[in-house]
Design a protein around this ligand. Structure first.
Ligand code: ZN
Ligand code: ZN
Length: 324
């Protein structure tokens, strides 16, 4: 990079208030994440599932699609969220509680805009067959993907981190440096001709670097939030984490795991823990991370996190209002 060009970038970043470092991806200026499916609901319907609308600098992505075919459709309507203008959709992994609304939403929204929810991003291997102990195939997303293509939708499998929109990174499959084992045992996958436990290898998250740190949006966190946080730091070239939003699958974990996880996430400023995070785990992480009722809440349908105003959630989420 020429010296003059470098200096100009530095000047521009100073005006933007950004902590720009060479090689660091562009920083998002405005970010809002609105929850459309999780168990608790301020407005709309709760379900065991996950979905959120991610808005970054005027671009919008639907992250996961809930469990039941109609819940995200109904919740979006009730919350006044227009999904017909959203063209990119992410599926974090193959489980039905994240993929169940995809076809309903694509069909309903494409009636208004043929491009609505037409570009689907997934981690490599999401359509790999999974088997129960009786060796029956159990990956329902294989059929969902075929039906999605039949609507004219395009699916892109990403084997590694990729910027899918300016300022928004899709992680692709995450390296499992730490043995967090954040998935329910029971399903198998074939590797080298043998059946082994399915660790949901394709599990992928979104990373959004900002001047205040990186925002992570994760569906079920099967890759493990410590692994996901390390991947986010590597991709964004920033050591600071601003927010973790979504499911991190700690609901059944014993206290030492929560202590280890909190130590790894030290410095995290916001935790919006929905879906499989677990309510007990959320409160314990709040305590261990030194967060408050305004900075660590149980995620609800209709709650949101924005870069400008932090968390906005109902009192049902344990939120008491903006920090004074
Ligand atoms: Zn899952
Ligand atoms: Zn899930």
């Amino acid at each position: 990079m020429q010296r003059q060009y470098k200096l100009w970038l530095l000047v521009i970043c100073c005006f933007c208030g950004g902590a720009w470092a060479e090689g660091q991806p562009p920083l998002a200026q405005t970010v809002k994440v609105t929850t459309l499916s999780t168990m608790l609901a301020n407005d709309g319907l709760g379900e065991w599932g996950y979905a959120a609308l991610v808005e970054v600098d005027g671009k919008r992505i639907l992250f996961d699609t809930g469990a039941r075919p109609d819940v995200v459709l109904q919740n979006a309507k009730e919350l006044g969220v227009d999904l017909s203008t959203v063209e990119d959709v992410v599926i974090s992994h193959f489980h039905g509680d994240h993929t169940g609304g995809l076809l309903t939403l694509r069909r309903a929204m494409s009636a208004t805009n043929p491009k609505a929810l037409s570009r689907l991003h997934v981690g490599a291997g999401v359509t790999q067959p999974r088997f129960n102990l009786q060796r029956q195939q159990r990956n329902s997303f294989i059929d969902v993907a075929s039906a999605f293509r039949a609507t004219g939708g395009q699916i892109t499998e990403h084997a590694g981190p990729v910027q899918i929109l300016p300022g928004v990174w899709f992680s692709g499959p995450v390296e499992r440096k730490y043995d967090e084992s954040n998935w329910n045992p029971g399903l198998l996958v074939q590797r080298d001709g043998k059946y082994v436990a399915d660790n949901v290898a394709e599990d992928s998250s979104l990373f959004i670097p900002t001047k205040e740190g990186t925002i992570i949006v994760t569906g079920c966190g099967h890759a493990g939030i410590m692994n996901i946080a390390d991947a986010a730091k590597q991709v964004t070239k920033s050591a600071s984490l601003l927010a973790v939003i979504g499911g991190i699958h700690l609901y059944g974990k014993p206290d030492p795991v929560l202590v280890r996880t909190a130590a790894h996430l030290k410095g995290l400023r916001y935790l919006v823990g929905g879906h499989c995070t677990g309510i007990e785990a959320l409160f314990r992480l709040r305590e261990l991370l030194g967060l408050s009722r305004n900075t660590a809440v149980v995620e609800t349908v209709g709650s949101s996190f924005s870069l400008s105003s932090g968390i906005t959630a109902g009192d049902i989420a344990g939120w008491v209002g903006p920090d004074s």
